[in-house]
Design a protein around this ligand. Structure first.
Ligand code: CLR
Length: 384
């Protein structure tokens, strides 16, 4: 039934929200949505989804050959998809509209060292507000791993669904025992948000994404929903091709929210049916005012407790303060200074790797992490 998931008092506001997205393309974050669809979590928390299976991430550093590293990277990547794209449905009942981060908003976390896998650290910063762009840096120094990326979205409306093109990419750097390094360019899939009519949105992945290694190995991942390959939602097929070859050496198929297998051997490739490990974050009272859970704490409580009046009042406070900051900067002729990242107009690693396959734009800008990865910085260690 249309509007099934929508509380009756919010049906008309949901209908006008749908109308506004239908006639709109660009930055969804600026549209006012009815309270039932609001999430108390800011988009700066999302990069944590990259590492909720820290053991699979660490395993990349233990692989010994180029082929095995490419397989380990693909396995880890596929295993992040469930968290990235279905966890709000599990936790909040449906996909929801995240809090739109303010410029300079921060999110820090880590996953502890267990059984020698090394500690994994996470640094996230909102590096642009208009349009919203989130930069992140995740490292496991023990295993010589660093993932640097940024994320933005372009949205449009088609056939009753929201189509989200992901802008940005991630580069995974693996330090090798011989002192060299291997780099992996990770491109991001396209999203379709379905279920809008019923007021219970969920994500399906579409088209193709790639993982290109500097060693030449390439993973091509094709996404399909209901009615394709296996006919199931969240299906994918991944092909791993050796350097300078077009014949895949490995083929994997399955559903990214449960299990997949190696098509030649029948062995299980990915299995995300066991619980994931959520990021560890320090207590809110110790946080800096720009740290996400502190910054949004009153808005988030309002949303969680259904006190939308408080939520919207607190949200306006934050937004006004931001406008004031921008006005002051303009008057002083200064610009907001990023805490941990530096914007560069073109990413040389991206450009070198993207040439090895086609399916992504030839150049892209990037946000480079400014610090040494042995030490995860905190906002307090940065001079403002
Ligand atoms: C952000 C980067 C993450 C993966 C990811 C998952 C869900 C996406 C999110 C990204 C961007 C914002 C997003 C969200 C789903 C819904 C939300 C597109 C790509 C939009 C802004 C909200 C739409 C509102 C409807 C739910 C009504 O690695």
């Amino acid at each position: 039934m249309p509007g099934e998931g929508v509380p009756s008092a919010q049906k008309s506001s949901w209908a006008s929200f749908l109308k506004s997205i239908a006639s709109f393309s660009g930055d969804l974050s600026s549209l006012t949505a009815p309270p039932f669809i609001l999430s108390p979590i800011s988009l700066t928390e999302f990069p944590a989804y990259w590492c909720e299976r820290p053991g699979l991430f660490a395993a990349i550093g233990d692989a010994e050959t180029e082929q095995d590293r490419s397989i380990a990277v693909l396995k880890w990547f596929i295993s992040t998809l469930k968290g990235q794209y279905t966890s709000r449905n599990e936790k909040l009942g449906s996909e929801k509209k995240p809090l739109n981060p303010v410029l300079g908003e921060l999110f820090y976390g880590h996953w502890p060292d267990v059984d020698g896998r090394g500690q994994t650290n996470l640094v996230v910063e909102q590096v642009s507000h208009h349009p919203p762009i989130t930069a992140y840096y995740i490292c496991n120094p023990t295993k010589g791993l660093a993932l640097q990326g940024h994320s933005a979205q372009k949205t449009s409306f088609s056939g009753g669904s929201i189509i989200v093109k992901q802008i940005g990419h991630a580069i995974l750097t693996v330090e090798l025992e011989d002192g060299g390094k291997e780099e992996f360019l990770i491109t991001l899939p396209r999203l379709r948000i379905d279920g809008l009519w019923y007021g219970s949105p969920y994500i399906e992945l579409t088209e193709t994404s790639y993982i290109q290694s500097s060693s030449g190995w390439l993973s091509t991942i094709e996404y399909k929903g209901k009615g394709y390959f296996s006919g199931r939602s969240h299906s994918f097929k991944a092909l791993l091709t050796p350097p300078k070859s077009t014949t895949p050496l490995k083929k994997y198929e399955g559903v990214w929210h449960e299990t997949s297998k190696d098509l030649d051997t029948g062995e299980i490739f990915t299995d995300v049916t066991s619980p994931k490990e959520e990021v560890t974050v320090g207590p809110v009272q110790d946080m800096h005012e720009f740290e996400s859970r502190k910054l949004w704490q009153h808005v988030a409580r309002g949303i969680r407790e259904g006190d939308y009046e408080t939520a919207s009042r607190e949200k306006s406070k934050i937004e006004n303060e931001q406008r004031q900051r921008r006005r002051e900067e303009q008057a002083a002729g200064t610009q907001w200074k990023k805490w941990h990242f530096e914007h560069i107009p073109s990413d040389p690693v991206y450009e070198r790797l993207v040439k090895l396959f086609n399916g992504a734009p030839p150049t892209e800008d990037t946000y480079v992490f400014k610090h040494n990865h042995e030490k995860t910085p905190s906002v307090r260690s940065v001079s403002v």
